[in-house]
Ligand binder design. Structure first.
Ligand code: NAP
Ligand code: FE
Length: 367
């Protein structure tokens, strides 16, 4: 018997020059927009210029908050919240990688709710967040189609996400040209985040018929981009496929959530400054190996779609794309493993995830 549900309220407009072609759509959201960006990439990618031209064309006033850090902290978000309350926009436009997009969602809440950023985690906001429009400039997080925002909690020394249906962007403009300014390393790191979302959604307790369809299509797109990812000679077709793969991965995790891979990746980012996608990629091979006992045929399908003969070859691929000499001590492995086993992400993983499961994955990956 079929038994499923699926909710994905973001309208996706994908294609070259999509912002210019659909500029008028921005009028639907009001007369004042706050742009939320990182320090450079929104401008460097050309996305900000296209968005501001579209806003000017529509007669929409705007201000820019361009102070979003990588892996934004609550303090950084509070700063954006203050800027938003002062300007009082009708909507928020996030431009950049996952960091600015996640910040845009959090700021959309704080713009109309006068509470501190730690309350973002409580959900059920008194005032409905402002609408968010998302313009990704990395092909990785899929944040443009998720209800999640992942922030850094300095007091807890970790990263943690919150999610609320009201945080799905209303509109996502996907133009691969904005990802062309990405450096090789960031291209690979973020591409592996997209792969991680696809794999985790497929090997999740919450996988369903719809998320499976998205994953299978996303993996095919990712695999199409793989030769260029390896050779570092990026074609526009590869950039376009990767951006779509990332959005498919985002739609899948919007449904399933992520798993213990993300939970184990957060301390690698927090304590060792490993970029998010790279952190996941370092753990993925051992996550596949763990899943052989629970979903062997699914692991086989993933490898087959990627044209890889076994998990060893997958691990080699990750080593090639993400060279890394990080080695963890036994104390670190134990500390990170125990913390990860207690997260909600861990509970989405197939099988019973104990602290020992997490320790074993970390040990085999980075011990
Ligand atoms: P990011 O932290 O947004 O950006 C990484 C770096 O890439 C930054 O230095 C950024 O510069 C630069 N950059 C971005 N686009 C560029 C472009 N087109 N050209 C040149 N440089 C560019 O990286 P990310 O991997 O996309 O996002 C990671 C964050 O997303 C993490 O916090 C992660 O936890 C979160 N995440 C969220 C979800 C979700 O569903 N919401 C899912 C997965 C991950 P600037 O600083 O100048 O912008
Ligand atoms: Fe991720």
């Amino acid at each position: 018997m079929l038994d499923f549900s699926f909710f994905m309220p973001t309208e996706i407009l994908h294609g070259p020059e999509v912002v210019k072609r659909h500029a008028k759509r921005l009028k639907e959201f009001g007369r004042k927009a706050l742009l939320v960006t990182g320090r450079n990439s929104a401008r460097r990618s050309g996305a900000q210029e296209d968005v501001t031209a579209a806003l000017e064309h529509c007669g929409i006033a705007y201000e820019v908050f361009d102070q979003v850090e990588n892996n934004p902290t609550l303090e950084n978000i509070a700063e954006g919240g203050r800027a938003a309350r002062q300007f009082a926009p009708d909507f928020v436009i996030g431009i950049g990688g996952g960091s600015p997009l996640d910040a845009a969602k959090a700021i959309a809440v704080l713009a109309v709710n006068s509470f501190g950023p730690e309350k973002l985690y409580d959900g059920d906001y008194t005032n409905r967040p402002l609408p968010v429009v998302a313009v990704p400039t990395t092909a990785g997080t899929g944040s443009e189609v998720t209800q999640y925002s992942i922030l850094t909690l300095t007091n807890k020394q970790t990263k943690a996400g919150f999610g609320d249906r009201s945080l799905f962007p209303r509109l996502a403009f996907l133009d691969y040209r904005y990802t062309e300014s990405l450096e090789l390393e960031v291209t690979r790191n973020t591409a592996v985040d997209a792969l991680s979302h696809l794999i985790e959604a497929y090997l999740s307790r919450r996988a369903g018929d719809f998320s499976d369809i998205l994953v299978e299509a996303g993996l095919r797109l990712w695999s199409r981009a793989l030769p260029d990812l390896k050779s570092a000679a990026f074609s526009s077709g590869m950039r376009d496929s990767l951006l779509a793969a990332s959005t498919f991965g985002g739609m899948a995790i919007a449904h399933t959530g992520t798993t213990v891979v993300h939970a184990l990746g957060y301390p690698l980012t927090y304590f060792h400054d490993i970029p998010h996608g790279r952190a996941n990629g370092l753990l993925l091979a051992e996550y596949l190996r763990y899943n052989l006992q629970h979903a062997k045929s699914r692991v086989g399908k993933i490898l087959k779609t990627l044209n890889l003969k076994d998990i060893g070859e997958f691990k080699e691929l990750m080593r090639f794309l993400l060279p890394c000499d990080l080695r963890l001590t036994a104390e670190q492995i134990s500390e990170y493993g125990i913390a990860a086993s207690r997260t909600k992400n861990a509970s989405h993983t197939l099988g019973e995830v104990s602290s020992q499961t997490c320790i074993d994955i970390l040990q085999s990956s980075l011990g």
